[in-house]
Design a protein around this ligand. Structure first.
Ligand SMILES: Cc1cc2nc3c(=O)[nH]c(=O)nc-3n(C[C@H](O)[C@H](O)[C@H](O)COP(=O)(O)OP(=O)(O)OC[C@H]3O[C@@H](n4cnc5c(N)ncnc54)[C@H](O)[C@@H]3O)c2cc1C
Length: 461
């Protein structure tokens, strides 16, 4: 009997499909950059079923690509002939505890559901991404997702006590603790964070919860230069109240307001750059005081051109929507090379100058759109096709553009992957640019946990 038949026989009918129509949306990446295929999508409903799948795959020499919400942007979620293991049916919150400030969610629980569960006991789970309605906790941890609150709360890696995972051997590793102190050897849960499914399948996670702020004060400002935005970031710090500092260039805002329904430029005048800023404070009066004080000072120092202080929750949501639609708006650029990088914050201005010149040399009149999490030094440096250029022809420059930008990232001692991961997209770049000792250690870990290269075999290393 073939391995695929064995899987079908061993699982309940609801836990697998080979129907091409049902599978189709899950073998295409969000931006259509990767279009894969799979003979079988398995959809386990429990860790026990994951264990059964892994054991059969190992014995039958089948490879597995784990998948959560399929919102990953580096190709790690797309199968090319492997069994696709979707965690989406494993979506229960197993436990929530206001005393330990912890929550245990199964891997396929969406980030939004986790945020809502935390809010139901007046707590906050601070990870926040534009894809939060679809992406899953398993995917968030496997990519060590970032998002808009890293500035205050850290990345996904900082928000987890531990994970439960099915190893390539078929054993279940149980790291579902809620202890804040546990010095009993290697922190093995951490191996799975940012591993992109190469070491095993995360089936559940114990997450850290935080107190909810009484009020989140949001402002949006218009700026002349990115250097002003960097000075403003420093100016806006206030204890640990500053929780978001995002930047958008004019071209990014225009793409959103032109192409995404219901999105409007909130300013009357046009500015080269915009920043979106949040402070988490006790109440509205404190929000008003802190924002007015900071904006007044920034204006006196000549850092900002104009500002809007959100007066209501509705206005705050509509300002954030402009930022959250940045990626969607850029689908209308007619092709875009997307690079997710970190640069030391104080050197971002210099870096952008050099990067814009470098990519212009490769494709004259291309349209860089540099936006993102300035508070973390994380820039999504996307390079759009020139107006009316042929998409395929422009995208044939992908490697040349990314090589030029990554050379500068190395020069500025940044990172070629800030938050999206390596996947298949940056695998060669990692091999070429990472510290050789790091690559050797990564290979040794992979070899010891997954000697048959069964888990996400084409990804990362
Ligand atoms: C509009 C938009 C905005 C985004 N904004 C951000 C952002 O601000 N910050 C950010 O960091 N990312 C962002 N992303 C990228 C993406 O949402 C994140 O990488 C997210 O964490 C992926 O979660 P997912 O459940 O969709 O994972 P998938 O895309 O399904 O998988 C991602 C990777 O994780 C592996 N994986 C998934 N689940 C498991 C599991 N249970 N066990 C082991 N491996 C697993 C997959 O094999 C794959 O390698 C954005 C994406 C979109 C489309």
């Amino acid at each position: 009997m073939s391995g695929l038949k064995k899987l079908k026989n061993a699982l309940p009918e609801a836990s697998w499909t080979d129907d091409k129509q049902l599978i189709a949306p899950w073998v295409v990446e969000w931006r259509d950059k990767y279009q894969g295929n799979t003979p079988l999508m398995v959809m386990p409903s429990s860790s026990g079923e994951v264990q059964t799948i892994v054991n059969i795959c190992r014995n039958q020499r089948l490879k597995i690509v784990p998948q959560g919400g399929n919102t990953g942007l580096v190709g790690g979620n797309t199968p090319y002939g492997e069994v696709l293991l979707s965690t989406r049916r494993m979506n229960r919150v197993r436990d929530i505890n206001p005393v330990t400030n912890s929550l245990i969610a199964e891997a396929g629980t969406t980030l939004l559901s986790v945020q809502e569960a935390a809010a139901s006991i007046d707590r906050k789970f601070p990870l926040s991404l534009a894809s939060e309605g679809s992406c899953t906790i398993g995917g968030n941890l496997s990519t060590n997702a970032g998002g808009v609150h890293v500035l205050k709360y850290g990345t996904a890696r900082d928000l987890v006590f531990g994970v439960e995972a099915v190893l390539p051997s078929g054993e279940i590793f149980n790291g579902l603790t809620n202890l804040r102190k546990d010095n009993t050897g290697y922190d093995l849960s951490r191996l799975f964070l940012g591993a992109e499914g190469t070491l095993g399948i995360i089936t559940a996670a114990s997450l850290k919860l935080f107190p909810r702020a009484g009020h989140v004060q949001r402002v949006m400002v218009g700026l002349e230069t990115i250097a002003d935005a960097i000075s403003l970031l420093d100016h806006c710090r206030a204890g640990n109240a500053l929780s978001m500092f995002e930047v958008m260039p004019r071209i990014g805002l225009e793409l959103v307001t032109r192409h995404i329904p219901d999105q409007k430029d909130p300013f009357e005048d046009v500015y080269p750059w915009y920043a979106l800023i949040d402070w988490e404070v006790g109440d509205e009066a404190m929000g008003r005081a802190i924002s007015e004080d900071k904006l007044m000072g920034a204006s006196q120092e000549g850092l900002i051109e104009d500002a809007i202080i959100a007066q209501s929750e509705t206005q705050a949501v509509s300002l954030l929507a402009l930022r959250e639609n940045m990626s969607a708006g850029q689908k209308f650029l007619g092709g875009s090379v997307k690079l997710d990088i970190t640069i030391p914050i104080d050197r971002i201005s210099e870096f952008l100058c050099e990067a814009d010149q470098a990519v212009e040399k490769i494709v004259p009149a291309c349209r860089p759109v540099a936006f993102g999490h300035l508070g973390d030094g994380n820039i999504h440096y996307n390079v759009g096709a020139p107006e009316n250029a042929a998409t395929e022809e422009f995208l044939s420059n992908w490697q040349k553009i990314s090589d030029a930008v990554f050379d500068l990232v190395d020069k500025y001692q940044g990172s070629i992957s800030a938050e999206h991961g390596i996947g298949t997209m940056k695998k060669d770049d990692l091999a070429k640019r990472a510290d050789p000792a790091k690559i050797k250690m990564m290979r040794a870990i992979k070899q010891s946990l997954d000697p048959d290269n069964m888990m996400n075999p084409r990804v990362m290393i």
